[in-house]
Design a protein around this ligand. Structure first.
Ligand code: SIN
Length: 329
């Protein structure tokens, strides 16, 4: 991992990526929007990558927050081998388990357990947006999602850049947010009636953590608006109404369309995102379509976040997310 970059993070990230690309001219990095997302070409993910290739992909990830690949028809084993080149892998999912025989993979099927809510969740612009598993003390550093069965239309995923979202706030609000911490927990979406199966899984694997509202990215030094809408339930120290109104503003701000990118999946597509600097939303339109959708996700073990005030996150309930080989499964 690279040392944190103290000044002008974006310029330093551009320079770092340009230098890395000079050593791997066969890899193309094509930005997909102003602030987030780059399509990577010229690399075959079935093959072991050279150190220089890993460095270029990592530099592209840090600069663009989510990188996309096309036509990479990986097996489960190849998915795991590709992911391992970037760090230790977690168990598939700390609450919902993993693919049989592949402890590092989580199945994202159209009707996966996480979606088993009866009743309609309250729909807001930020409904469904989240960073992965921020209820954990050490949320995953990155996620690698592989598309296998993809609908002919619908089913796109969107990501937003939470470092740019932070930068766009006024200095006065930035300073106030730096003093705040919030409680992240697993629980059903607002307004939904969770099934008994879902509730039992969540009860048996309860995860609750307190994270700063503004974190410092451990590799880029960027300040990040750390407000995972699906998990952050309350800003500590504020009255309930103050917390709700401020969170609603921050969530709406964070998913502003100019901070986002939208990816149209194909079989063999891969999306690899920095979970410390982004939030994403799984598509809701697939439930209105008869088509299947099947993806598989691996996640890299993450560190405990640290706030702009230097204070680390606090575990309230549950175990840290361990590497798959260190966990019981
Ligand atoms: C996820 O939330 O990790 C999956 C996103 C998707 O299904 O598009």
């Amino acid at each position: 991992m690279n040392a944190p970059l103290p000044h002008n993070p974006l310029q330093r990230l551009d320079e770092q990526l340009a230098a890395a690309q000079n050593t791997t001219p066969h890899i193309q990095v094509t930005p997909q929007s102003a602030h987030i997302g780059a399509l990577i070409g010229g690399v075959d993910l079935k093959q072991a990558l050279s150190d220089a290739e890993v460095h270029t992909l990592r530099s592209a990830l840090l600069r663009w927050k989510v990188i996309f690949f096309r036509d990479q028809h990986l097996s489960h084993d190849e998915h795991v081998a590709f992911s391992r080149q970037f760090g230790e892998l977690t168990l598939g999912h700390p609450v919902f388990g993993h693919v049989d025989g592949h402890p590092e993979l989580y199945s994202i099927a159209k009707h996966r357990k996480a979606n088993r809510h009866s009743g309609q969740a309250e729909q807001r612009p930020w409904t469904g947006w989240h960073a992965d598993v921020t209820a954990a003390h050490n949320p995953p550093a990155a996620s690698i999602l592989r598309g296998v069965t993809i609908p002919p239309y619908g089913g796109d995923t969107q990501w937003t850049n939470l470092a740019v979202a932070y930068e766009a706030l006024s200095p006065a609000l930035q300073s106030f947010l730096q003093t705040l911490r919030g409680e992240h927990r697993f629980s059903p979406p607002q307004g939904a009636n969770a099934t008994a199966e879902y509730l039992e899984l969540v009860r048996n694997n309860t995860l609750v953590s307190e994270h700063p509202l503004v974190t410092v990215h451990p590799e880029t030094g960027e300040k990040v608006l750390y407000i995972s809408p699906g998990f952050l339930k309350q800003i500590n120290g504020l009255h309930t109404r103050e917390s709700r109104v401020l969170l609603e503003f921050l969530w709406e701000h964070a998913v502003r369309s100019d901070f986002t990118v939208r990816f149209k999946w194909e079989p063999g597509s891969i999306a690899f995102w920095d979970n410390r600097a982004t939030a994403h939303v799984a598509p809701q339109d697939i439930f209105a379509l008869e088509f299947d959708r099947q993806l598989y996700r691996s996640t890299l073990v993450g560190q405990i976040p640290v706030g702009a005030d230097g204070r680390a996150s606090t575990a309230i309930q549950g175990d840290p997310v361990l590497a798959a080989h260190g966990a019981a499964y």
